[in-house]
Write a protein of this length. Structure first.
Length: 336
C-alpha cells in the first residue's frame, strides 16, 4: 500500500497572476470514477491504440521546435532544460470533436515528465464559461488528464494553466513517479467526461470512446546530481501529530529535486516552498509529491514505514549544480 499526495499549482504563466485570478474562480471539481481499472489510463489508451494508431505527428504545428516553446515560456532559463527535451511525439488517439489538442513540447528526467499542451475550441465549443460573474475553464471540469509511463501503474499528475483566452488554452501537465523512467514510452492522455445531471458532477468512464492521446519516448541526457545526506527532520502533520524522519539523500535535475526519506513525509508547513541558487536567486517550487512505502509499517510505538519519496517541481528550469538550499514545509534542507 502506498500513500500519494500531489499538489501542482503553477509553472510560470504567460498570463499574469492578476489576470488568472479574474478568469478562474474555481477549478477544483474532481471527477467521480464510474469504473475502476487496474492500470487506469494506461489500459484504456493501450486499448484504443490497438484499434487505430494515427500517423499524424504532434509537432507539425511548431516544426518540432520544442526548445522554442520552452523558450517562450521560460525565457533564457530554458537553456537549462535543453538536454531534457524529448524527441518528437505521435498522436495515437483523437476522437474528441469539441476540442483540438496539440502536444507542443515535452521534457523529462528520471522521475518526472513535463508536457505542454494547447487546446483549441471546435464546433462551437467555448473554453471559458461565465458562472456567477466569473469565467471558469470548461475543460478543467470536463476533461480528465493523465500521463503514464509504459511500466508505471501509479503516479502523481498535476495540471496548471499557462495561457488563457477564448481562442486557446495552454496547459502544463506534470507527472511524477518514484520509479525510473529512462527510455520509457510515455503516454499523455485526455478523456472527455460525461455530466451527471442528477448530481451536477462529471463522471469518469475509463471505457469512454472520446479520448485524445500522444506518445513519445523519455530519451534525455540532462544532468542529475546525487547528494548523500543525513539529517533528522521533525514535522507536524494535519492532525497535529509530531512526525519524525531521516533524510537519506537528495537528487537535483533541471526539472525537480528528489528527496529520499527514512520514515514519514514531514513537509507539512504551509509556507510557499522555494529553492535557493548559489547567486542568492530564489526559484519557486510549484509542485510537491510524496509517495510513502507502507509495506514495512507496523503499529508498534515509534514504528516507521520503509521510506518516503518526496519530489519538488521547479517553477522554471535550473542548473542542478547551482541549487544549494531547499525551503519546504517548514524544513530547511542544505544541499551543499
Amino acid at each position: 500500500m502506498k500513500r500519494l499526495n500531489d499538489l501542482y499549482e503553477q509553472i510560470t504563466p504567460e498570463t499574469s497572476p492578476e489576470e488568472l485570478a479574474q478568469k478562474i474562480i474555481s477549478t477544483e471539481t474532481k471527477p467521480v470514477l464510474k469504473k475502476r481499472h487496474s492500470k487506469a489510463m494506461t489500459a484504456i489508451l493501450a486499448a484504443t491504440v490497438s484499434v487505430s494508431v494515427l500517423t499524424v505527428s504532434v509537432g507539425a504545428a511548431n516544426n518540432w521546435d520544442y526548445a522554442g516553446i520552452f523558450q517562450s515560456i521560460f525565457g533564457e532559463k530554458s537553456e537549462n532544460i535543453t538536454e531534457n527535451i524529448v524527441p518528437e511525439a505521435t498522436v495515437s488517439e483523437d476522437t474528441i470533436d469539441t476540442m483540438n489538442f496539440e502536444l507542443m513540447a515535452a521534457a523529462a528526467d528520471k522521475h518526472s515528465v513535463l508536457a505542454i499542451i494547447d487546446i483549441y475550441p471546435e464546433n462551437g465549443y467555448e473554453l471559458l464559461e461565465e458562472v456567477n460573474g466569473y469565467n471558469e475553464l470548461k475543460p478543467f471540469k470536463e476533461l480528465y488528464f493523465d500521463i503514464n509511463a509504459e511500466s508505471i501503474i501509479g503516479s502523481g499528475v498535476g495540471v496548471t494553466p499557462l495561457e488563457i483566452s477564448n481562442e486557446k488554452l495552454r496547459l502544463g501537465i506534470r507527472m511524477t513517479t518514484n520509479a525510473v523512467i529512462t527510455d520509457e514510452k510515455i503516454t499523455v492522455g485526455v478523456i472527455q467526461m460525461d455530466k451527471d445531471e442528477e448530481s451536477d458532477r462529471y463522471l469518469l468512464d475509463m471505457n469512454k470512446e472520446y479520448c485524445w492521446s500522444a506518445e513519445f519516448t523519455a530519451n534525455y541526457s540532462g544532468e542529475e546530481i546525487h547528494y548523500p545526506k543525513t539529517a533528522e527532520l521533525v514535522g507536524i502533520d494535519p492532525e497535529g501529530n509530531t512526525v519524525y524522519s531521516t533524510l537519506k539523500s537528495v537528487e537535483v535535475t533541471p526539472i525537480s529535486a528528489y528527496l529520499e526519506i527514512d520514515g514519514f513525509d514531514t513537509f507539512w508547513g504551509r509556507e510557499e516552498p522555494y529553492a535557493v541558487l548559489e547567486n542568492g536567486e530564489k526559484v519557486r517550487i510549484t509542485s510537491t509529491t510524496s509517495i510513502t512505502d507502507m509495506e514495512s509499517f507496523t503499529y508498534e510505538p515509534d514504528s516507521k514505514p520503509g521510506s518516503t519519496f518526496f519530489a519538488l517541481g521547479f517553477a522554471e528550469p535550473v542548473n542542478p549544480d547551482e541549487v544549494c538550499t531547499l525551503f519546504v514545509g517548514g524544513q530547511t534542507v542544505e544541499i551543499k
